[in-house]
Every structure is written in C-alpha cells, then in structure tokens.
Design a protein around this ligand. Structure first.
Ligand code: ZN
Length: 347
C-alpha cells in the first residue's frame, strides 16, 4: 500500500513538472482573422497562452510582436479584402519572439488591445486623419528664408573615457530645434518648444558623454540658427550620427504620440532603431517612422534622424514634456537607441 502511494506521488509530481515546463516553453500564435467594421480593419490574433502583443510601425509595415511566443506550425490566417492591408505574414523573429508583419497600402493609425484571460489580441487599424507633416514643413519654409546669426556649436568631451565604454570614440551631433527669435511650438501654458528641445539635448548629451562619446550641440544657448548652417556643420564635422530634436504640435489637441523621421537611405536602419527605442522607452502612442524630406535629414550625409517624441499641443503630453522625470526617460531612450545602433553595426 505504502509503495503504491509513493509511486503515485512520484507520477503525479512528474506529470505536474511536465505540464509546468510545457507551459513555460511554448506559447503559440495559432490564428489570425481579419475583419472590417465601422470603417476600421481589425485583426484578431489568438495565442495558446498569455503574451502581451506590442506594435511597431515602420513606414508601410506594421509589426506585431509576441514576446515569449512561437508561430504555430499550422497557423491559420483568414483575410478579408482591405483597402489598407496588402498582406499578412507570420514569422519567427527570433527564438523568443513571434512576429506578425502587416504590409500596408497607405498611412494608418493603429491600436492594440490585449484581451486578458482570452489569449487574444485585437489590432485596430484606421486611416490617418491629419496631415502630420504640415507643422514642421510650414516652419521650415519660413525659416529657410530668414536671416539667422552664425552657428555657434559647442563640442563637449567625454565625461568618462575608459576604453571599455560602449560609445568610446563616437562623435554625435545633437541639434536642439528652434531657438532665439524662433520659439517653435508652445505648450498649452505657454512653454516654448525651443526650451524643451534644449533640455532634452543637454540631458541626452550628459548620458552620451558618460558612455564615452564626444557630443556636439548645434547650439547651447537661446539662439536662432539657420538650417543650412546646421546641415553644413553636420557634414564637415565628421560625426558618426546626427540627431535633431523637436516637439510636435498640431491644431487638434486629441492627437498624441511619437514620430521619427529620416530621409536618406543610409539613415533608415538608424531611424528604425531609434524609433523602436523611443516608442518602447516613453510608451506613448506609436505614430510610426517615416521617410520625409525635412531639411536637416535630407541635407546631411551622415545617418540622421529628426525626433518628435510627443505632441505638446496635447494637454497630457505637454504636461509630460515639462516633467524632469520624462526628460530623463526620453534621454535614456535616445541613449539606448544610439547604443543599439552602434551595436547593430559592429555585429
Ligand atoms: Zn519643431
């Protein structure tokens, strides 16, 4: 009797262990079903366990990643015809991440709802409602014609210079947007963009220098500079990368979220890595990485990005942008992106 008890205890422990280990190792993505409803496209994505889906919009591709999951061998993809979605693919991004790639026919907005307890994620895809580039283009076309004082860039040496630091020997240009007679956009309580971009640039410069980088600021005071001079400076400095910092604004206070811009093909990988780092870091709505001919990304010949981390025309993000904790988080995200960019190049 006693022997039997020990045996059954052993067996049940064994089966419990097996169940636990299979739970731990294998969550599968089993089914994707696209639907149309009230002017939106919806994707219902089913998994065999809990994995929180996260999105990343890079130009005309929307990536939905499931951390800790695998694509099921016989995954079912059911598609409805759509004016937005060109194709849906399921791939294993790496050992730990299942990825759904949605190729798009036009500019979209998206949202993800993870339905806890149902192992289902719903991706909502709708049209982009406003012309997001209007603000920056309008400013540039005015700015190009205006007289500015000569550029007064500063060079900031590494704070720490041990050989092992990840950014040792790297030269990085930070360009705080606006300045002087050009305030840029305003927060709802009248804080000008030019002050916020300066704060972000200074905080980011400090973090980059602590990792061994030499940082150039295109301005370190309240001074208007000319976009041509900025681009020219970037081209003659022999820098590794160029980062222009702005805050977004639009005449619709409901709009919020993160955008990243690049133009030249040499900047694409850099922009994608920066966009992902910032979207994951500050966790605002993902408005995508876009290829757009803004002056400083178009006329520079080093990998260049223009960042618009949040909308200061949105009350919540305007409040955030002024907070020291947010500035810190943003600077850390930029540092993380820069580090993974250089890592991706040395692999
Ligand atoms: Zn701006």
């Amino acid at each position: 009797m006693r022997k039997f008890f020990v045996l059954s205890l052993l067996l049940s422990t064994l089966s419990l262990l097996l169940t636990l280990s299979s739970l731990a190792e294998e969550i599968r993505v089993t089914e994707i079903e696209s639907k149309r409803d009230r002017g939106f496209d919806y994707l219902d994505i089913y998994t065999t366990g809990w994995s929180e889906a996260r999105g990343l919009l890079l130009e005309d591709k929307l990536y939905i990643d499931f951390p800790g999951a695998r694509i099921g061998k016989d995954i079912k993809i059911m598609r409805k015809k759509s004016s937005r979605i060109r194709s849906i693919q399921a791939v294993q991004k790496d050992q730990k991440t299942a990825r759904i790639i949605i190729s798009l026919k036009r500019e979209v907005e998206y949202d993800i709802v993870n339905v806890f307890g149902k192992n289902k994620s719903v991706v909502e895809i709708g049209d982009r409602t406003t012309n997001i580039y209007a603000h920056q283009f309008a400013w540039e076309s005015k700015e190009i014609k205006k007289k500015a004082r000569p550029l007064k860039p500063v060079r900031l040496a590494p704070i720490v210079s041990e050989k092992t630091l990840s950014l040792k020997g790297k030269k990085i240009i930070l360009d705080p947007g606006h300045g002087g007679e050009d305030p840029g956009a305003f927060t709802s309580d009248g804080q000008p963009e030019k002050i916020l971009t300066m704060q972000t640039a200074r905080e980011t410069a400090r973090l980059l220098r602590e990792e061994g980088a030499t940082v150039y600021l295109t301005r370190d005071e309240d001074r208007r500079s000319n976009l041509q001079d900025v681009a020219e400076f970037a081209n003659k400095t022999g820098a590794d990368i160029f980062i222009s910092i702005h805050y977004n604004s639009i005449d619709n206070s409901n709009i919020s979220g993160t955008e990243t811009y690049y133009y030249n093909p040499i900047s694409r990988n850099f922009a994608a890595i920066m966009h992902e780092a910032i979207v994951r870091g500050i966790k605002r709505k993902d408005h995508g990485m876009h290829r757009t001919p803004f002056y400083v990304v178009k006329n520079t010949n080093v990998p260049s990005v223009l960042l618009e981390p949040v909308y200061i025309s949105n009350p919540e993000e305007s409040y955030l942008a002024k907070a020291a904790s947010f500035q810190q988080e943003l600077a850390e995200s930029i540092l993380k992106g820069v580090k993974s960019y250089f890592r991706s190049k040395s692999d």
